[in-house]
Design a protein around this ligand. Structure first.
Ligand code: SF4
Length: 338
């Protein structure tokens, strides 16, 4: 933990550098969270990730976003002057050698810098810190909170029991229960990530959301995005209409709205019934990026020209979105096209 921070280099997403004024780029949707990346070349081998051990993809990428290197001191100074639109900082930690200690160092250093700056100038805001990291020991989760993290993201990513070991490596039940137990121990401070399009059924997504939201674990939902050089570079993305109904289901869980899902014999979600679900479906917030508060991850899954799986802002075309994925919308029932 007691490392010298001089001449430390990390990576930041190109959009984060843009919003901080460290890169001159056009931002059709500025990020409301700053995304910083620690480490490279992961010891794990997730089939969809360009940072994976056997991936031939560029380590400059995570999903479809580019992450230039930057001096840590320079970046920290820019974070202190971040524009008001920025509401959070998130460290994306690649599981390279010594990654937990590395994450502890950076979280503590940033947290200390932010509170010292706040003490000397009451006009400064303190930005909450999230850490997205792969852990299997609950004491490491606690150490990161003690170092200054506000939320920890423990990604499940794959909710298909049959495909988990092959796509992500590890044991489905062990990893799922680890995230649940972290949620029970650190109430309201755990986020997980789930990717749609990993061979799971809609019913498996329902079961996973149900477990997470029962423990107050927030779900950041993503659409599988094939990246060149990864084992899944030729796999298909989920259809937009399937993704929309899963977004809708996740949103109902997040709002604690009781509902009854109907699945066919293959676990495909056909319809949802519940008090005024037909009004809920028109809420544009459903189709935005989800996860920690103010995490909007612009263009993480999509090209700026679309199609938009996760909107980084409230879409103004909600009626069109709803018509595209629903067959029938009644006050207490929504029937899906696909
Ligand atoms: S939801 Fe966003 S802010 Fe939270 S851990 Fe995931 S990427 Fe980071």
């Amino acid at each position: 933990m007691k490392k010298d921070s001089t001449a430390k280099i990390i990576r930041a997403s190109i959009g984060s550098l843009g919003v901080l004024g460290l890169r001159n780029i056009k931002l059709p949707a500025p990020p409301t969270t700053l995304y910083l990346m620690l480490g490279e070349k992961c010891m794990f081998d997730c089939a969809y990730c360009p940072q994976a051990r056997t991936s031939h993809g560029s380590t400059d990428f995570l999903s479809r976003v580019i992450w230039p290197k930057i001096d840590w001191e320079l970046l920290k100074n820019a974070v202190l002057k971040a524009p008001d639109i920025v509401k959070r900082v998130c460290f994306q930690v690649v599981s390279s050698k010594g990654y937990v200690e590395e994450a502890l160092f950076f979280v503590q250093d940033l947290s200390r810098t932010l509170s010292e700056a706040k003490e000397s100038s009451s006009n400064l805001r303190t930005l909450p810190i999230s850490v997205s990291i792969r852990l299997s020991d609950i004491s490491d989760v606690k150490r990161l909170f003690d170092a200054g993290a506000e939320r920890i993201g423990l990604a499940m990513d794959v909710v298909s029991r049959d495909n988990y070991a092959n796509i992500r490596g590890g044991d489905f039940d062990r990893d799922f229960h680890f995230i649940l137990s972290a949620g029970e121990r650190f109430k309201g401070r755990i986020t997980t990530h789930v990717i749609v399009g990993m061979g799971e059924t809609d019913e498996e997504l329902f079961n996973a959301f149900s477990g997470f939201y029962k423990r107050n674990i927030t779900v950041g939902l993503f659409a599988f995005t094939p990246i060149k050089g990864t084992r899944m570079e030729n796999a298909k993305r989920p259809s937009l209409s399937r993704y929309r109904k899963i977004q809708f289901m996740r949103y109902l869980f997040s709002m604690n709205k009781g509902f009854v899902p109907h699945f066919d014999e293959n676990g495909k979600l056909i319809s949802i019934e519940g008090e005024s679900v037909g009004n809920f479906v028109k809420n544009g917030a459903i189709y935005m990026t989800s996860g920690c508060p103010n995490c909007n991850r612009p263009y993480y899954n999509e090209e700026p020209l679309g199609p938009m799986f996760n909107y980084p802002f409230i879409p103004d075309e909600t009626e069109r979105i709803v018509n595209e994925f629903t067959e029938k919308v009644e006050r207490n029932k929504v029937v899906f096209r696909e």
